[in-house]
Design a protein around this ligand. Structure first.
Ligand code: ADP
Ligand code: ZN
Ligand code: ZN
Length: 813
């Protein structure tokens, strides 16, 4: 008997055949993990994809051991993997690596760490388990290979598997930060009123002329009935009074403020709240969805920011739950903040599981199990697509336009939205694509009737969309009204907002202090040693840093090219904005949200929390601030450099600019009143800016689609980007020319390039790009992918080209 095994590696063959020893014959079946040797001595946990008796015509190794009693991967998951490997031109092993969570992937190099949770009662451990545990206790951390030496056995994975299950050890990669509880300011009655409510009557009487304070107490009593605790912000909002009235009640000793820890992931312990009644628009949307989904299977829900799409999802989720089905709610990783988790947990409590890259192993194991057992709601980043669902009935892809749904590196370079549609097809499930700024692809599919379309054009509660204005930077400069990087109207509006106790968001799509250190005399600028990009100056660390490879160096004070001392910084990023604000608005409390400050989930959460609780006035950020955040006190949004977005040389730059600007504008005035948005631009008449000002998505989409059609871009043509990489520029140049020739022989002028990419060298590797523009035809696509595979084999088989990397990206973003 033989088994075909998928290995978690980028190997050319789909599977590798091993023989099945007599002793484990009954255990080996598709979906079960086995321990196998690959290469000289490396051990891997591979996955059985097929069991058969076809004798291979080469010497095969035997399976070392079997790790699972039942399959960990279902037939439907296999189907999805196959589809991804085929559609996105990668190997099954690469899909497996992305799909399986760490605890299901063991290799010789996997690092094992002792878990002190287990305690020191080792009586439940058998001999082998004890030996490993003892070693771990002494060394804290060992590799799987070390474990094999300790036991002096051929097989170790089963022991490790058992120790993982018993909680004695965990895997190194899981040493990520856990979610910390977050703190919110809450309010309750001070003693004696807290315990003796009858004393309140006197208090109310005394306050009869203090209207605002009474208002607060009434609001408190109402809120208190509905929920286990009353947040300060919620109370202020409900009572619609200023903070000073509340402070008076604190001073009088009637109410007290306290810090409350709200748990995040570890189970939801608060009471559930009743869902809000549906608005008319929401009822309408739901009934249209109910009509269109059965026929179209995929429906685009185009609802402006603040239209109340989440409430619509909640209703649909409840519907699926009633029928015992499962819902996968997909969000871009960065938007998976506690805000949305909390909103869903308030309604569904512990029926909601959360799955993304910052969730640790233990929790991942839980979610994996939850999916198998049919748990109804799973809120996840794109990797949630790989969970073993039982009865998936609905997939919600929220913020469907977001390009971070596409995995860029490593392979599989899949798009979570498109993969979700295939996954849904496997289960007979429906898909809702929700967004305030549809992707051009989805919009086109809705326009041509391939997808359904449901619209929510109004904000919830009749609130108006923010008023958007541009500020002409050229004009501002001519009239000397620029205050450093800020136009006068922006500074004035910020000042005004802060005086009124309102908050503001400033958006600049560039982090660091300054993107370029330049010599004024000869034009030299500081470049990365490994990449063809300028180094960004970071003031806090006083270092120049490469945003592509992480290389850093000290800033030069003398030009290395001409020796002049006239070195200046050009351009600005979020760090500089934060810095300059301190000069121009010394009283403002400013926070910054970008990859540098929000590197860890906890920092990010703390920052959002500070802003939410109004401990900050202004939040400066990169595109992180545009994503799925809902603040209720933001009166003003400022965009500093809109031209960088509209003028970026890429066929998607118009689409991206429209999305980013509309999304960031949507953060203004979401609850109390209409917000305003100021966009600084050198070219305020740019068509995309004009369409953003008018909120004219249709106008934008029509114009964009016309251009895409004319220049043979998606959604009318399909793109496959191929990048060749090598350490030697000459080798990559020759290889790319050769590869281009091979493709051109069958595909003709559908092949563009090779050309040098925008950044011709990254991390020491030189690159050249080839682009395929293919008409929409299934056979052509299939042939082209076959040709790419075949040509790659031929190319890398030639002498001198063995080390050339061929990176294929289907539907590049
Ligand atoms: P979207 O996701 O479409 O941008 P949200 O779902 O965030 O919009 O809703 C915007 C605001 O309106 C939120 O603060 C939400 O709590 C509120 N809201 C939406 N629907 C209702 C409803 N039916 N009743 C009360 N409040 C609602
Ligand atoms: Zn110089
Ligand atoms: Zn670099």
């Amino acid at each position: 008997m033989y088994a075909d095994i998928i290995l978690p590696l980028a190997l050319p063959k789909r599977t590798y055949t091993y023989s099945v020893p007599e002793s484990v014959r009954s255990l080996v079946q598709p979906g079960v993990r086995v321990e196998v040797q690959f290469g000289r001595s490396k051990l891997y946990s591979g996955l059985v994809s097929r069991v058969h008796s076809e004798v291979p015509d080469y010497q095969v190794k035997a399976i070392v051991s079997v790790l699972d009693e039942i399959s960990v991967v279902t037939p439907r998951q296999f189907q999805l993997w196959d589809w991804i490997a085929d559609y996105y031109c990668c190997t099954l092993g690469e899909v497996m690596s992305a799909a399986l969570p760490g605890h299901l992937k063991l290799t010789s190099e996997t690092r094992l760490v002792f878990s002190n949770v287990f305690g020191d009662d080792f009586t439940t451990l058998d001999n082998d388990e004890y030996l490993i545990t003892e070693a771990l206790q002494i060394q804290q951390e060992i590799t799987v290979d070390d474990a094999r030496k300790i036991l002096n056995k051929k097989t170790v994975f089963p022991v490790i598997q058992r120790l993982l299950t018993k909680g004695v050890l965990f895997l190194r990669e899981d040493l990520q930060e856990k979610f910390k509880a977050r703190k919110v300011s809450a309010v309750r009655f001070a003693e004696p009123y807290h315990t003796q409510r009858d004393l309140l009557r006197e208090v109310m009487k005394d306050l009869h002329s203090k209207e605002r304070q009474l208002e607060i107490l009434m609001a408190f009593l109402t809120l208190e009935k509905k929920q286990p605790f009353v947040r300060k912000q919620e109370l202020l909002y409900k009572a619609d009074v200023s903070e000073s009235s509340l402070n008076t009640l604190f001073k009088k000793g009637i109410l007290v403020k306290y810090d409350l820890e709200v748990s995040r992931l570890s189970g939801y312990e608060d009471e559930l709240v009743e869902v809000d009644a549906l608005s008319e628009q929401q009822t309408q949307a739901l009934s249209e969805l109910a009509v269109q989904l059965p026929e179209k299977k995929v429906v685009l829900l185009y609802g402006v920011t603040g239209s109340g799409k989440t409430r619509v999802y909640v209703e649909m989720i409840r519907d699926v739950m009633r029928q015992g089905g499962q819902v996968l709610y997909l969000l871009p990783e960065i938007a998976l903040t506690t805000q949305i988790i909390h909103r869903l947990q308030k309604v569904f409590g512990n029926e909601v599981s959360v799955y993304h890259s910052k969730v640790n192993t233990q929790e991942r194991v839980e979610v994996w199990k939850a999916a198998v057992s049919g748990k109804p709601v799973i809120l996840a980043a794109r990797s949630g697509l790989f969970l073993p669902f039982q009865n998936l009935q609905l997939i919600i892809v929220d913020e469907e336009h977001d390009n971070s749904f596409k995995q860029y590196d490593p392979a599989p370079r899949y798009h979570a939205r498109d993969t979700a549609i295939y996954l849904a097809h496997l289960y007979g499930a429906k898909v809702v694509l929700g967004t305030a700024t549809p992707s051009i692809e989805s919009w086109h599919n809705a326009q041509t009737g391939k997808y359904g379309l449901v619209e929510m054009p109004k904000r919830f509660g009749g609130l108006e969309l923010p008023e958007i204005q541009t500020v002409d930077l050229r004009e501002q400069m001519k009239t000397k009204q620029m205050q450093s990087i800020f136009a006068t109207p922006l500074i004035e509006s910020l000042q005004l907002a802060i005086e009124k106790g309102e908050q503001a968001i400033l958006f600049q799509n560039r982090r660091g202090y300054s993107p370029m250190l330049e010599c004024q005399v000869c034009g030299w600028n500081a470049q990365c040693k490994h990449c063809d990009v300028s180094l960004t100056y970071h003031k806090f660390s006083n270092r120049l840093r490469c945003h592509y490879c992480g290389y850093t160096q000290e800033p030069a004070s003398v030009c290395p090219a001409c020796g002049s001392g006239k070195i200046t910084l050009r351009g600005f990023g979020t760090e500089k904005i934060e810095d300059e604000l301190k000069l121009f608005l010394p009283n403002a409390r400013v926070g910054r949200m970008d990859l540098d400050t929000a590197g860890s989930k906890n920092n990010l959460t703390a920052l959002l929390n500070d802003f939410e609780e109004r401990r900050l006035d202004i939040l400066v950020g990169t595109q992180m601030v545009t994503k799925g955040l809902d603040f209720d006190n933001v009166a003003l949004v400022g965009v500093l450099g809109a031209d960088q977005l509209t003028k970026f040389p890429d066929f998607r730059s118009g689409e991206r600019a429209f999305q980013l600007l509309t999304q960031v504008a949507g953060r203004a005035g979401r609850k109390l009143k209409r917000g305003s948005v100021l966009i600084q631009a050198f070219d305020p008449k740019h068509p995309v800016l004009q369409e953003v000002l008018l909120g004219d998505f249709r106008g934008f989409a029509d114009r964009e689609l016309k251009e895409r059609h004319e220049f043979h871009y998606p959604p009318f043509y399909r793109l496959i980007a191929i990048q060749l990489r090598h350490k030697d520029p000459k080798v990559v140049h020759e290889a790319a020319a050769e590869f281009g020739k091979m493709l051109r022989r069958s595909l003709g002028d559908r092949v563009l390039g090779p050309v040098l990419p925008n950044i011709a060298r990254i991390r020491g590797y030189y690159a050249e790009d080839i682009l395929l523009k293919l008409e929409k035809s299934a056979p052509l696509l299939k042939d082209s992918k076959g040709l790419i595979r075949y040509s790659t084999e031929i190319l890398t088989g030639k002498s001198g080209f063995g080390q050339v990397q061929v990176v294929v990206d289907v539907d590049p973003m």
